[in-house]
Design a protein around this ligand. Sequence first.
Ligand code: BGC
Length: 492
Amino acid sequence: MTDSEKHDQDFPSKFTVYVVICWILAAFGGFMFGYDIGISGGVTAMDDFLIKFFPTVHERKLHAKENNYCKYNDQYLQLFTSSLYLAALVSSFGASKACTKFGRKPTILVASVFFLFGAAVSSSAQNIWMLIIGRILLGFGVGFGNEAIPLFLSEIAPVERRGAVNILFQFFVTVGIFFANLVNYGTSKMHPYGWRVSLGLAGVPAVFLFIGSIVITETPTSLIERGNETAGQSTLRKIRGVDNVNSEFEQIKAASEIARQVRHPYKKLMKRSSMPPLIIGILLQVFQQLTGINAIMFYAPVLFQTVGFKNDASLLSAVITGIVNVLSTLVSIFYVDKVGRRVLLLQACVQMLISQTAIGGILLAFLTTTGSLTKLQAAFVVVLVCMFVMSFAWSWGPLGWLIPSETFPQETRTAGFAFAVSSNMLFTFLIAQAFLSMLCHMRAFIFFFFAGWILKMGLFVYFLLPETKNVPIDLMVERVWKQHPVWKRFMD
Ligand code: BGC
């Protein structure tokens, strides 16, 4: 019997309209995260925006001929992009407490309220501080949303589709990034307030998420863990679309009983037996950022200008990478529960390594400090960037969120996942803050720097990452950690 057949038998389920609506509405939080990621690169490339908030950067841009790699290097400009991630980092721990104490659903509601305020403040900003406060509010939204939504999706998904359902989050992230690129493309022509429209439109998905957070159900796991067994059981029936949910209910109940005995989840998380999912959750997120994806997502327009595209052409190229990102994420939705997590990650490492090395090679060979690439060379760079984004999109992008959301036992799940979220935010922050300076100092070598990390992460997956497809979320300890040649030594 295959794993998946075993679970069809153990935990029966059918599609119901309501559960699909819940998946989609919750995934709107991914849209918000993606929109925030995608919008800042285009906005910081807009002259009106620079003139109002960063006049010195604008001056430098006008005389940029002197140095291709350094024209945008400005700590305040980087702070605009990266303040969001710092706020998200801090708030993910508060969000983890809220998730445990009040449930996943109210935590998502709080996220949507932060998003609404963040969009309002940043789009109406009169000075740089208002702008940054707006970004911080959005960052709180990301911290709460990114903590609660992947957990929500993994907990309400039937086991044999858990990967695909969870990846809806990342799918919406990519749609959000793409949508932001499109918006920027349009608003860059709306003088002088195009940037306000770009920042303000974040309010639209925020409203969807707000409505969503009212319509969706609480997860059975959270209800049962907080002592509401009857509601947990009836919710389980509702979302599974079948009457007989006894075995799944009993399993969640048993896991909840253990969870309830743990008074200090963070203390428990520091125990040796909690290390395997913790180390893996943190490293997956750190490595996800060290692929260099956000150097491209945040700064695609800037990057494309560096290699010689004009303003418009560079935004358009960013739109192209956005489409590639969305479509390639669909690949992982279809394959993640079939071929498994490891195959996707390993294949992507090879493809990403080749593309990053080739981009570095071309820039090193042909892009001087003041010249620009020929049309053909620049087009080749765009193709390589697309190859890179494609492989990231079906692997490290979605799986960086999926695997940490499915590998912690219930008693340390929200606390452990907060470490994964905050590691993502910390490294996103570091890359956002440092990338332009790194580009300025390392020039083309920055791409070799990322390639070096990709090699290391491939080895990590090969030797240390166990396969988790089709394993029920509350049976990971028995079926995964205790069976792994390295990690079993950590188990009691
Ligand atoms: C990452 C983001 C990244 C995005 C790109 C997400 O999984 O966490 O940092 O910008 O994927 O699609």
